[in-house]
Design a protein around this ligand. Structure first.
Ligand code: GN1
Ligand code: MG
Length: 365
């Protein structure tokens, strides 16, 4: 706490810090909720950015500034749905006006304003929540749809480029040995059976069928904030992975997290399934906004996106397991294997419901 207190006090805030505690479920950065004894803003978010993953964190801060300035300007023209507000976390500066602070060990710290009267959930609560989550993703992309993608720095090269993850997987498999338990064998076979299809979105991109736009990169359900007063979606937080990409990565990520009622950390991987009723509600909310900017080609690749991002996350978890858990934070040695099994099961469930999913996308076009 002493150390953390010293870090928190670097940032220019009005009150005296009374409490600091770990916050959220991030797999990469370390996040803390700081409480102060003020009458105004009582909390802020303090984060230590994982610089093993984000090698140039100053560019994340730059992207954040670009995005929040753009959204604030755009909000003057865009009308939100009735009763909705839209919030973007503010970057809090240090006493000397910097957007981050490097401690004596070189750790990269930053502070963000806390969004009051809002909450997020790890799983979808009901169909209203699902629609709101979809609306939030549509709104986030809409607010950035007139920002040229090249204004954003690519802060994480290869992020959501499935063929690159496959390449890395093969490199890791060649270097590391892994005990071939039945679960591991299932994963190996699962990956090998889908290797040639895994290029689908990148191929569509290189053939000019899909184009780069500003994306969130990590719109999983617990990054979508809901107004506690009325349940409306009001923000998508965690802007580290905002960058030029395919909106399909976002849709896939939102659906793979939102339509898995057992959630990604479950130990009951064998009963994981993809809930198409939630998928329908999320897409309804999403299309209510995104319908305005999606092209025919965009629609054609939605099913593949849903299937691919679940598969890709499973591949990323499994590779990290084999590599010795060097990327995602884990609580036990087999943690990333367990997470991979969940995503692969989810992928299988998506595949087995392909006709249903394609039909419900088709009905909303
Ligand atoms: C990581 O740390 P967190 O939870 O924001 C990961 C996402 C994964 C997610 C799975 C930069 O996000 O891509 O979908 O874990 N972020 C990065 O929970 O790799
Ligand atoms: Mg994140």
């Amino acid at each position: 706490m002493d150390n953390l207190l010293a870090v928190a006090e670097r940032f220019k805030t009005i009150g005296k810090v009374t409490d600091i505690r770990e916050f959220g479920n991030g797999n990469i950065n370390k996040t803390f909720l700081v409480t102060m004894d003020t009458t105004g803003e009582k909390h802020f978010i303090l984060q230590r950015v994982n610089t093993q993953v984000f090698r140039q964190p100053e560019y994340i801060m730059l992207n954040m500034r670009t995005v929040s300035e753009h959204i604030h300007k755009r909000l003057q023209d865009v009308s939100l749905d009735a009763g909705h507000r839209w919030e973007v976390p503010r970057v809090l500066l240090t006493e000397d006006g910097q957007d981050h602070w490097l401690d004596s060990n070189g750790a990269f710290w930053r502070a963000l304003s806390f969004i009051d009267d809002a909450q997020s959930f790890v799983t979808i609560q009901d169909s209203k929540h699902a629609r709101e989550a979809g609306y939030a993703l549509g709104m986030f992309q809409h607010l950035l749809s007139d920002l040229p993608a090249e204004r954003l720095v690519d802060t994480l090269e290869g992020f959501h480029i499935t063929p690159s993850y496959l390449q890395h997987y093969h490199t890791v498999m060649a270097k590391h040995s892994v005990r071939k338990s039945p679960e591991v064998k299932y994963c190996l076979q699962f990956i090998s059976e889908r290797s040639s299809w895994a290029h689908v979105l990148e191929d569509a991109k290189s053939h000019g069928r899909l184009c780069l736009r500003p994306i969130h990169g990590d719109p999983k359900i617990d990054n979508i904030m809901m107004d506690t007063a009325n349940g409306h979606a009001i923000s998508i937080i965690d802007l580290d992975t905002v960058k030029p990409g395919l909106v399909h990565y976002d849709i896939g990520d939102c659906l793979r997290s939102g339509c898995n009622p057992l959630e990604e950390e479950t130990e009951q991987w064998e009963t994981v399934h993809f809930a198409t009723d939630l998928c329908q509600a999320i897409l309804q909310g999403y299309f209510s906004i995104a319908g305005a900017f999606l092209t025919e080609n965009d629609y054609d690749y939605l099913y593949d996106a849903i299937r691919l991002i679940a598969f890709e996350l499973g591949l990323r978890f499994f590779t990290d397991y084999v590599e010795g858990n060097v990327y995602f934070r884990t609580r036990y040695p087999e943690h990333n294997l367990a997470r991979a099994l969940v995503q692969f099961r989810l992928t299988e469930s998506i595949e087995s419901q392909e006709a249903t999913i394609r039909a419900l996308i088709g009905d909303m076009r």
